[in-house]
Design a protein around this ligand. Structure first.
Ligand code: NAP
Ligand code: ZN
Ligand code: ZN
Length: 347
């Protein structure tokens, strides 16, 4: 086994702190990655605090991982020592079900092995995430990272990037479409950049009036404050799409009123609590509400290549590892511009 250092939550209520554990030896299809940066996703908070239920402790969160390969197994073909590499939200899946065969491993019908807060395909070995010194991963679940982009700003693409890219592609969002991005946080700011790069007219719907200038700089064409009923009324039946990235409970019916006929609301934000949905928010204009979860390996690579080609990265605030608990508190208050990324050399 390979000794590793990280930061872990020991239970749902105590702050994260230093934690020593072991990574598996590098198997013939594995690579060992020395982690350089790891993004901080709101899903890390939901899980470390067991807000979704079923959390496994101790938990080393982190699924926006970038680093350099320090060792490769004998059958590895995609990577060599010294290459940049990335790991997103999962590290294995059954590889044979219909979803895996279609490159939709995130929807594996047998078991999608999440990067942390999960167990390996053996059903028992716990997985530990990217708030750590290194990680052993099968090369098939490892992403290639361009040397062209600023590495710390690339890390958030592994979750926030793919989670917004995938539904934009699934629903073919592009020129001629009006899309609202709800919530300008980690996912939201990537949604704005990506949707704008695909040619859509982008409006940010935010609870924070202070984010207007940033929204425009990120590529949004319009900005509206959701707490202002007049501004919401003016956008009634306006949008083809709404990309909802909000992490806390909010009234879906109000947002649905902003869709035009046949409009689609895409949920990616995952508040722990259920929210009421009125049938009449959907029926009169044949609206639909859909969900989307991260993206498969092939699509994640496509997104990374797309971002390298279009020079798209995340706007990040780099923090030392020891600042993580404070970063969580700031994210919960919406005080992040627009993704915290841990500099793993501070571990
Ligand atoms: P984040 O950086 O904390 O951003 C969330 C944003 O939501 C906040 O910045 C804020 O933006 C807005 N918001 C917060 N509380 C709100 C409230 N009560 N009402 C309305 N808006 C509110 O979080 P994130 O990392 O982007 O993650 C967002 C959500 O997506 C989380 O629930 C996360 O678990 C989920 N997620 C899902 C997937 C997936 O595969 N579907 C993947 C990753 C993350 P404003 O200040 O602009 O209002
Ligand atoms: Zn995430
Ligand atoms: Zn599968």
């Amino acid at each position: 086994m390979i000794p590793a250092r990280g930061y872990a939550a020991q239970n749902a209520t105590t702050p994260l702190g230093p934690f020593n554990f072991e990574r598996r030896e590098v198997g013939e299809n594995d690579v060992l990655i020395d982690i350089l940066y790891c993004g901080v996703c709101h899903s890390d908070i939901h899980q470390a605090r067991d807000e979704w239920g079923g959390s496994i402790f101790p938990m080393v969160p982190g699924h926006e991982i970038v680093g350099r390969i320090s060792k490769v197994g004998g059958k590895v073909t995609k990577f060599k020592v010294g290459d940049l590499a990335g790991v997103g939200c999962f590290v294995d899946s059954c590889r044979t079900c219909a979803s895996c065969q279609e490159g939709l491993e995130q929807y594996c019908e047998v078991h999608n092995v999440q990067t942390y807060n999960s167990v390996e395909m053996d059903g028992k070995t716990p997985t530990y995430g990217g708030y750590s010194s290194q990680i052993t991963v099968d090369e098939q679940y490892t992403l290639k990272i361009s040397e062209k982009l600023d590495l710390k700003s690339v890390a958030p693409l592994l979750c926030a990037g793919i989670t917004t890219y995938s539904p934009l592609r699934t629903w073919k969002v592009g020129a001629g479409h009006k899309i609202a991005v709800v919530g300008l946080g980690g996912l939201g700011h990537m949604g704005v950049k990506l949707a704008a790069s695909m040619g859509a007219e982008v409006t940010v719907l935010s609870t924070s009036p202070s984010k207007e200038a940033d929204a425009k700089e990120l590529g949004a064409h319009k900005f509206a404050v959701t707490k202002d009923p007049e501004q919401m009324k003016a956008l009634g039946s306006y949008f083809d799409f709404i990309l909802d990235t909000v992490s806390a409970p909010h009234d879906l019916n109000m947002y649905l009123s902003l869709l035009k006929r046949d409009g689609t609301m895409i949920l990616v934000g995952a508040p722990p609590e259920a929210t009421p949905l009125h049938a009449f928010s959907l029926i009169p204009k044949r609206k639909r509400i859909v969900g989307s979860m991260i993206g498969g390996i092939a699509e994640t690579q496509e997104m990374l290549d797309y971002c390298a080609e279009h020079n798209i990265v995340s706007d990040v605030e780099v923090i030392p590892m020891a600042e993580i608990n404070n970063a969580y508190e700031r994210m919960i208050k919406g005080d992040v511009r627009y993704r915290f990324v841990i500099d793993m050399s501070t571990l």
